[in-house]
Design a protein around this ligand. Structure first.
Ligand SMILES: Nc1nc2c(ncn2[C@@H]2O[C@H](COP(=O)(O)OP(=O)(O)OP(=O)(O)O)[C@@H](O)[C@H]2O)c(=O)[nH]1
Ligand SMILES: [Mg+2]
Length: 320
């Protein structure tokens, strides 16, 4: 079975991406940073320190459930091994944060010898089409054959936008006219992809809100229709979430998961004003695999999600 490598990016570009993520998280102005004046005694983590950690986590969008787990872990840790310096506290926090994210660091497993279909879903402007473009480049770099399907037939500009990404990456794009049936575009694309021995079909769709029932029905129809060709397709239903929308992202993810069975997430715009903590809330509440993070608008600004790297960027430390 072909598995997408966890870190196919070379060390130099990885460290530059790490920098970008770190700078992005810093930009939010709400980066997690403990005040150096906090008093840590030999006996206990003072209540004001716990309060500060709690406030910092909540202000970074970590959410109540994950924040409570992190605080609980710190307290129970304190009863076993003494945390008696700010450095020990930082190390303990780092470990606990990594522990929450590690279970959702799961790369996609590509299907051997058949076209792997990735259906991109999400709200308007989340970054679906841009992520299609970035993923096309990413998979090409792994010597995989890629095709794009213009399943967003709602706007003519959306079809053009996808053709632009196709041209930029020199990959074929299957599209129909504006207003065409999205399910039929993606069905035709899959027929063509299979005939051409394509490894990955990236299917774009129009943005929609989870409470727009008729539009959610359209997604269900796409899934039903392509299952006529391959009962396991789409092999990935990827929800693209703008990390800047805070705790709203949790609600969106829950609703999309319930409605269409999301199988993986990409979090975008972590180079912007996103506070980053949403990822912990998602990991804790939904446990869905986080496949990639978006850290800019260009085709290179996509990174496989790595728990340790993410936590280190948040805590302003270097990856070990
Ligand atoms: N800074 C930054 N901008 C991003 C990122 N991903 C996407 N964008 C920008 O966000 C805007 C919307 O991106 P699209 O890819 O068109 O979003 P979409 O989900 O396809 O939007 P609809 O088709 O309208 O539903 C564009 O201006 C992108 O350049 C990212 O990771 N970082
Ligand atoms: Mg789009």
């Amino acid at each position: 079975m072909k598995t997408v490598e966890k870190t196919p990016i070379n060390t130099n570009s990885r460290s530059s991406m790490f920098r970008k993520l770190r700078e992005g998280l810093k930009k939010s102005g709400n980066k997690f940073k403990l005040s150096p004046s906090l008093r840590i005694t030999d006996n206990d983590i003072a209540p004001e320190i716990l309060q500060e950690i709690e406030a910092q986590l909540l202000s970074c969008d970590v959410g109540l459930a994950a924040t409570n787990e992190i605080l609980g872990n710190l307290i129970s840790r304190q009863s076993k091994t003494r945390i008696s310096s700010p450095e020990q506290l930082r190390i303990a926090l780092r470990e606990d944060l990594i522990k929450i994210l590690t279970p959702v660091q799961l790369p996609m497993e590509l299907s051997p010898d058949k076209t792997f279909v990735i259906l991109m879903v999400g709200t308007n402007g989340a970054g679906k089409t841009t992520t299609v473009g970035k993923l096309a480049k990413y998979f090409l770099s792994q010597n995989l054959k890629v095709m794009l399907a213009a399943g967003d037939t709602f706007r003519a500009a959306a079809i053009e936008q996808l053709h632009d990404w196709g041209k930029r990456n020199s990959v074929p794009v299957i599209s129909q006219h504006q207003g065409a049936d999205s399910a039929s575009v993606i069905y035709d694309a899959l027929v063509s992809a299979r005939a051409r021995g394509i490894d990955i079909l990236l299917a774009d769709t129009a943005g929609r809100l989870h409470n727009q029932e008729h539009l959610m029905e359209e997604l269900k129809k796409i899934i039903r229709v392509i299952r006529k060709l391959d009962e396991h397709a789409p092999h990935e239903i990827m929800l693209v979430l703008d990390a800047g929308i805070g705790q709203n992202g949790l609600l969106q993810a829950e609703e999309f998961k319930d409605a269409v069975g999301v199988t993986g997430l990409t979090l975008t715009k972590l180079d912007g004003t996103a506070k980053g903590g949403l990822i912990f809330a998602l990991a804790k509440k939904l446990g869905l695999p986080i496949r990639y993070i978006g850290i800019g608008e260009s085709s290179d600004d996509l990174q496989p999600f790595l728990a340790t790297e993410f936590v280190d960027a948040l805590l302003e430390t270097e990856s070990t």
